[in-house]
Design a protein around this ligand. Structure first.
Ligand code: BES
Ligand code: ZN
Ligand code: ZN
Length: 470
């Protein structure tokens, strides 16, 4: 499907069908209100109605906000793809809504059919967004930026959706290398021998029972005169069976998504390099598979992490934090960044706390959390802060090691996981670091907003927005 921004009179824009967005108020005066009434259409948000004889698709919005436009555009594109229209157009008066339209069409229309023996080929080929005002040049810039970010989000979704047999740690490393080559990034990949030399023992323990070699992937985007330096760290569990603390069968299904943090930061690198932002960005990914076997790490083990701290393992399913402990430490040693962000499908507790749509944000800097919250709102992603406190910190104390990999109480699990990561953040980086728990927001089995079944690409849009506005 081809999406373009046109600067022509709507009367000259030849398309099979036109999309018209309207509120309940506008419906009252709409020329085809009678037909719509007969169809039972009331312009409620996320509802649409075809007026086939008028070559029109009417889309309901509560208000002309980016959120409403993005969401109903997703509904519209899915319906259009089932019709025999070849082309559609939409007239946009407000430039600020171009981003939301693109996201609605590209992200809402996303289909993952790699494993389908028969692939649908929708008739719809072209969508034209028509913007007739004078500042077309700045509109084109908004449009092309929106396409880059939406495509990077789909790229992330594709990786998340790939099954663990096809997207194991070496495969993820290969994919990162390919992206680096195409987008002019530097790419450094550490294999297990090199990880041993780097003393990434906690990360190596998690991957030990897998037949796939663990990899640490480091991608770098280096523009000429960077304004700032950012390090992004991603949890890349290409499969999380739980290890010897095996997950129940039902909870294991969807655990291919445990690499969504890694896929997200790789997608961010794609977006940032294509947007040509003047910020140096590093992505560090711990790509590991958590399996069972005679060689598996176990509850009762004590691991020595890269920074020397000892970790008592009481549950091998709390593996993400072990991988991140080493990768975060490696990232801080390699790059002196202004910001350090990690993305991880870290805890089921985050989904319990915030629901499945919202990313949990943790860290020490209120200012940074506020800035991220603003970016997320602009980008149409949901985030909420989960506050640290000294009482929860006591829950991850160990009697026989420096720290324990699970909490001794059943509540506040996403915060105690965040506090575990905090133990591996150097003192000088405390204010620069934020942890994003995307356990709920990274994957969905029912569509919501512009998300369809599978990976959502959580983080890509808000982080691209944040870095763009630095
Ligand atoms: N990958 C899971 C977290 C997860 C759960 C992500 C559900 C997405 C959806 C993580 O490795 C995990 O298993 N965490 C445990 C931690 C517990 C053992 C302290 C959890 O959340 O149950
Ligand atoms: Zn786990
Ligand atoms: Zn996990």
């Amino acid at each position: 499907m081809n999406i373009q921004l046109l600067n022509q009179n709507i009367a000259d824009a030849k398309s099979d069908i036109s999309l018209v967005y309207m509120t309940k108020e506008q419906l009252k005066n709409y020329k085809h209100k009678k037909a719509l009434k007969l169809a039972g259409f009331e312009a409620a948000s996320d509802t649409i109605c075809f007026l086939h004889e008028k070559n029109t698709l009417v889309c309901g919005v509560e208000e002309f906000s980016a959120d409403d436009i993005r969401s109903v555009s997703s509904v519209a594109i899915k319906a259009l793809k089932k019709t025999n229209y070849k082309s559609a157009n939409v007239l946009v008066e407000d430039k600020s809504l171009i981003f939301a339209l693109v996201e609605g069409f590209v992200l809402g229309g996303y289909v993952y059919d790699r494993y389908m023996s028969k692939k649908d080929a929708p008739t719809l080929k072209d969508i034209s967004i028509i913007y007739t005002k004078d500042d077309y040049k700045s509109a084109i810039k908004l449009f092309s930026d929106a396409i880059i970010v939406a495509d990077a989000t789909c790229f992330t979704r594709d990786i998340v959706n790939t099954i663990p047999e096809d997207m194991n740690p070496p495969a993820l490393a290969k994919l990162a290398k390919k992206l680096a080559k195409e987008n002019g990034l530097e790419c450094d990949i550490l294999n297990e021998k090199e990880l041993k030399k780097e003393k990434c023992t906690a990360m190596l323990a998690v991957g030990r029972a897998s037949r796939h070699e663990s990899k640490l992937i480091h991608l770098t985007y280096k523009p000429k005169n960077p304004k700032k330096v950012i390090s992004l760290v991603g949890k890349g569990l290409t499969y999380d069976s739980g290890g010897l603390s095996l997950k129940p069968g039902a909870s294991m299904v969807t655990m291919k998504m445990d690499k969504a943090g890694a896929c997200g930061v790789i997608g961010m690198m794609k977006a940032i390099s294509e947007l040509k932002l003047d910020v140096e960005v590093h992505a560090f990914v711990g790509a590991v598979e958590n399996m069972i076997g005679g060689d598996a790490y176990k509850p009762d083990d004590i691991l020595v992490s890269r920074n020397g701290k000892t970790i008592e393992v009481r549950n091998t399913d709390a593996e993400g934090r072990l991988v991140l402990a080493d990768v975060l430490d490696y990232a801080q040693d390699k790059v002196n960044a202004d910001y350090l962000f990690d993305f991880a499908t870290l805890t089921g507790a985050c989904v319990v706390a915030l629901g499945q749509y919202t990313t949990g944000v943790m860290g020490h800097s209120s200012e940074l959390k506020r800035a991220i919250s603003k970016s997320a709102t602009n980008a149409g992603e949901l985030t909420a802060s989960l506050p640290f406190n000294k009482h929860l910190k006591k829950q991850i104390k160990s009697e026989i090691a420096d720290i324990c990999n699970i909490s001794n109480k059943p509540y506040g699990g996403s915060i105690t996981a965040g506090l575990f990561l905090d133990a591996f953040i150097k003192e000088e980086n405390k204010q620069k670091w934020l942890h994003f728990d995307i356990a709920g927001s990274a994957y969905t089995e029912s569509p919501w907003d512009c998300n369809v079944y599978g990976g959502t690409g959580a983080g890509v849009r808000f982080m691209s927005n944040f870095i763009k506005n630095i």
